[in-house]
Design a protein around this ligand. Structure first.
Ligand code: SF4
Length: 482
């Protein structure tokens, strides 16, 4: 037997030697007998080997029958939320320009739950390859009707058959994606017959090659049998595909403009943003000098909370901007209701010398309470040993906890004396820096103009910083409390 034939039917390197989902040593997948997923995934693995892209492939598993693909592919793997794989693929593309990204999705996942994600990723022309496995039902959850279910087909959610008035008509995804201007390659194929399988192999290879060549968005729809939910055996399901499914979803190339395209340098448009570029975008300035004063004593997990209109989000923005200007890692995560004024608002800010894995702050070690309800809401979740700064001009009670340091600052009153009632947030941020020395006051002075939207109040805001410094020196409260 020629070597090439041996290679074609042997286990691809892109698969693990064993699939250890339920204990070591398994050599079979979890797919039902006669399912098309196993065939399609073998074809993809073959193509990964052929193109020698295993070490830079990122395989995105959906929610659906193929959810466990990460047990099979010896590549980068991400298991995505239902329907969100194209959005995840976009994130991977923007951060790893040379990655080969395969978004593998079923029809419930792609054409139902994730219709928004796939349409917009296609419309942006992301340089990714989408393998869309269409078996006309939701497979994993028991065969419910999907957007691709044929008219009249009986499923657990259409027991008398799909009806046009109630359920609409089946969606042709290849036709829909091909109608957009950005995708470069759209083809529908099948794994019903041996001939179809060989054709599908070529289609997958081309879809991946397009991505390797940086040509743009490739969409491969593959009609695939689900004998289990169709209530058929493996042979019957293939016959039904040829007699019924192929009529509804004709096979063929729906769009191919790859021969007219030139390769796009992946770094040209989607390179990860460098620090200086990021600052330029966020701050609207070409460069902010990096002047790190002293290392952070510890990662600052900060929560600021109050009424909308108290500058809660701006306080977080100011802290994050100070962090960026000193070259450390920051995150800023606002949370607020629909009201612009008067509703509750809070913001989570992380300042760290290390990479930040998540912007969520569940247990802050610094909490700035701008009003009473915020103190009520967050006092209990502050980490033991943490710091609570209370706007005592508004909050009438004391902190109950004895395992935290509480500092009381009449921020609204200090701001009012300076004629800038709405700038209590600047008072609190200044007080925070005096206490913790996380950044220098000079950094704060430098960053206020970058964050402040009403430039007419710039001098008053800067004067407020000096006033807090003076108040702190006069009262010693920021150094003695707690
Ligand atoms: S339920 Fe259908 S799609 Fe899912 S593994 Fe079984 S045959 Fe395949």
């Amino acid at each position: 037997m020629p070597d090439q034939t041996v290679a074609k039917f042997s286990k691809p390197n892109a698969f693990y030697d064993t699939f250890d989902r339920k204990g070591a040593g398994d050599k079979v997948t979890h797919y039902c007998p006669g399912c098309g997923h196993g065939t399609i995934q073998k074809l993809i693995a073959d193509c990964i080997d052929e193109l020698e892209i295993q070490d830079r492939t990122v395989f995105l598993s959906p929610v659906g029958c193929s959810v466990f693909s990460y047990y099979y592919y010896d590549t980068g793997n991400i298991q995505c939320s239902h329907g969100r794989a194209p959005a995840v693929a976009t994130g991977v593309r923007r951060t790893l320009p040379e990655a080969v990204i395969i978004s593998y999705q079923g029809d419930g996942d792609l054409a139902g739950i994730g219709m928004t994600e796939i349409v917009h990723a296609a419309n942006r022309g992301e340089n990714i390859t989408v393998v869309f496995v269409n078996n006309a039902i939701y497979g994993m959850t028991g065969g419910q009707m999907a957007p691709t279910t044929p008219m009249g087909q009986k499923t657990p959610t259409s027991p008398f058959g799909r009806e046009v008035l109630r359920d609409g008509r089946p969606i042709g995804m290849a036709e829909l994606i091909a109608s957009l201007s950005a995708p470069v390659y759209v083809e529908r194929c099948s794994v019903a017959t041996a001939k179809d399988v060989l054709k599908t192999r070529k289609t997958i290879r081309k879809g991946l090659q397009n991505q390797v060549d940086h040509l743009g968005f490739s969409f491969i729809e593959i009609l695939s049998p689900c004998p289990t939910n169709w209530g058929m055996d493996a042979v019957e399901s293939r016959v039904w595909m040829q007699e019924q499914l192929n009529m509804l979803f004709p096979l063929g190339v729906y769009k191919d403009i790859t021969t007219h395209l030139v390769s796009v340098d992946p770094g040209k448009y989607f390179s990860p943003l460098g620090d200086h570029k990021l600052r330029e975008l966020l701050l609207g300035v070409a460069e902010v000098p990096v002047q790190r004063s002293v290392p952070l004593p510890q990662t600052q997990l900060i929560k600021v909370a109050g009424f909308g209109g108290q500058g809660v989000l701006s306080a977080g923005e100011l802290l994050a901007t100070c962090g960026m200007s000193e070259g450390i890692q920051v995150s800023w995560l606002p949370s607020y209701g629909p009201e612009m004024r008067g509703g509750s608002a809070n913001v989570s800010v992380i300042l760290s010398e290390d990479d930040i894995g998540s912007p969520l702050v569940d247990h802050p070690n610094v909490f700035i309470a701008m009003n009473g309800p915020s103190l009520d809401a967050f006092e209990d979740v502050v980490a033991p040993g943490g710091l609570i700064l209370v706007n005592s001009a508004i909050v009438t009670r004391k902190v109950n906890r004895t395992d935290v340091r509480a500092v009381y600052i009449p921020a609204t009153e200090i701001a009012r004396q300076e004629g800038l009632l709405s700038a209590a947030n600047v008072v609190m941020v200044t007080a925070y820096l005096i206490i913790t020395k996380a950044f220098s006051i000079e950094t704060l002075r430098r960053c206020i103009p970058l964050v402040l939207r009403k430039k007419a109040y710039l001098n008053q805001n800067l004067a407020l910083v000096e006033k807090v410094l003076q108040w702190s020196a006069d009262t010693h409260l920021l150094h003695e409390n707690g």
